[in-house]
Design a binder for this molecule. Sequence first.
Ligand code: PMP
Length: 363
Amino acid sequence: MRIRPYNFFAGPAALPLEVIERAQAELSDFKGIGMSLMEISHRSKEYEEIHDETQQLFKELLQLPEEYKVLFLQGGASTQFSMIPMNFLVPGKIANYVMTGAWAEKAILEARKIGDVFISASGEANNYVEIPSLEDIQVYPQTAAYLHITSNETIAGTQFHSFPRIKNVPLIADMSSDILSRPLDVSQFALIYAGAQKNLGPSGVTVVLLREEIVRNIPENLPVMLKYDTFTKHNSLYNTPPVYSIYIVNLVLKWIKQHGGLVSLEKRNAEKAKLIYDAIDQSGGFYTGMVKLNSRSLMNITFKVHDDELEKLFLQQSKANHFIGLEGHRSVGHLRASTYNAVPYEACKALTDFMIDFQKRYG
Ligand code: PMP
């Protein structure tokens, strides 16, 4: 049998093998209906069960308070960059953003097309190697429409390890690359969004968790598909949802539940990341991490080899040894190992062993 590669892609990314196999087993005959789930109406009982159960699983895993809704949208997290200011940045208000790197910047650029933006804190001066400290985040509550953060910067490899709390200012977070990787007190947030293709499932569905009251004053004249209340009013069934993506998310959430939920995932994710960070830190400078220790991401580990030629060789040899997706993002280069929920501990151990062995041979 061909070995399954050690998959460190940043997204789309590894899915649990059990999920892939279950999907395969149900592909041509979903629960005895003689057809695939992709071939039946989104108004059918079979699909509605999946839809509702998936929302329920989010509620259960995150212990969502009653007043939160789980929505399934399309257009990726990138569409949320525009929808958030379109829905909440009303005239007279200012949108506040923490600038942590490439993804925060994209969100900010979209918000500026809609209204006034204030940069509440920025890591730009030190090249985004650190998440700004919470005390340095400035917001003026009287005028603030919301405060937006990117909980995990997938490209830089930084992550918020605690969140700002600003009285009377709704907190909005792009959690595309760390949602469900750890327990979370959702009540701190007015809205959380995530493209599914890292920790939740395949691309095609964007999950939004929101406190229902924030959709009360949405401008009437927005396009119907760009208004959050279209999705809250119609339980994300106003039009055809991405049924197959949602089905795979359903299987992934069940897999998370079976594996002990978010508390156990957090522990496993920390162990996985520690293996790789230790290999970096104990290499005596052969490898170096790209970000400050206090801001290191447990999902995207960015690092480099001390010599560019050796780094090329590292990538070449790692590929030959079944490690894939280790190239850093094209905008920053170097190396990145993405260790999302579905990346097994064994893959991280194998990578660590490979790193140590590579250093022995070329260090
Ligand atoms: N935000 C973050 C933090 C991301 O990592 C990404 C994708 N890599 C996006 C937003 C954009 O997501 P999408 O491709 O789903 O639009």
